[in-house]
Design a protein around this ligand. Structure first.
Ligand SMILES: [Ca+2]
Length: 246
């Protein structure tokens, strides 16, 4: 899965190519030409409802700091990341919350910028998210059945949860970064999305495989955007564990 063709306009170092291997997007999902958010997983996770777990709100950003709501050892920080191909992202470096959000919200996690051009086997990307614990450590989501969040695009976002099997921090993978997740076509208005762990899958065709997401050993929660040449403005709020069994 490594690049067979050198990046034509910027020198792709070996490390760049390895990094890119973590972001290869699976085969095309069909020939949908309009309103892709109305179909498939995007629609399923928009329509699904699961109740908030006790202390389930991971972060609503309302305190405007860059740490999730501190609950036990759930105390990680937000961050952004990007490729080395020229994609831009704001905030870059130190994270900061933006103003706005769905109704009733004053602050929100937001990333804006433009994705670099792609090429054959070259996949530019950006992302934002947070580690669940600080220092980074496996986090047990307990009896939660999934993760809910509000988001606004538009754009196709990969929502994913690096875990002990797919994140190098777990010291178990050799071809890492194929995290379990779902691809969601975000609407251009605020919507709630509820993603059950059971719905999260690895991308086909690359990376170490695992049977299912290790929701008892999660490292992080992330939103990736990687549509080449595209300007983006992705907002996320009210991230929570949902569906706890009594
Ligand atoms: Ca908020």
């Amino acid at each position: 899965m490594f690049s067979r063709r050198r990046w034509s306009t910027s020198p792709a170092t070996t490390s760049t190519v390895i990094l890119l291997a973590g972001t290869i997007v699976g085969g095309s999902g069909g020939c949908i030409t309009s309103g892709p958010g109305e179909y498939g997983v995007s629609a399923e996770v928009r329509d699904l409802q699961l109740e908030l777990c006790p202390d389930g709100m991971i972060d609503d950003a309302e305190d405007a700091d860059t740490q999730v709501n501190v609950v036990g050892d759930r105390n990680g920080y937000w961050f952004t990341f990007k490729d080395e191909l020229g994609s831009t992202i704001d905030p870059d470096g130190a994270f900061k919350m933006s103003e706005g959000g769905p109704e009733g919200s004053k602050h929100v996690a937001r990333m804006t910028g433009k994705i670099a051009p792609g090429a054959q086997n070259v996949y530019p990307y950006v992302g934002m998210g947070f580690n669940l614990s600080n220092p980074k450590a496996p986090f047990d989501a307990g009896t939660a059945q999934g993760i809910q969040f509000w988001a606004k695009g538009p754009g196709r976002v990969r929502f994913k949860a690096p875990d002990v099997m797919t994140d190098p921090a777990g010291d178990l993978c050799t071809n890492c970064y194929n995290d379990f997740g779902v691809d969601i076509f975000l609407d251009d208005k605020w919507q709630r999305y509820t993603v059950p762990f059971a719905k999260m899958e690895q991308q086909p065709g690359w990376g170490d495989r695992a049977p299912h997401v290790a929701h008892d050993k999660l490292f992080a929660i992330q939103w990736h955007f990687g549509t080449a040449n595209k300007e983006y403005d992705i907002q996320v709020d009210n991230v929570a564990f949902v569906g706890c069994k009594p």
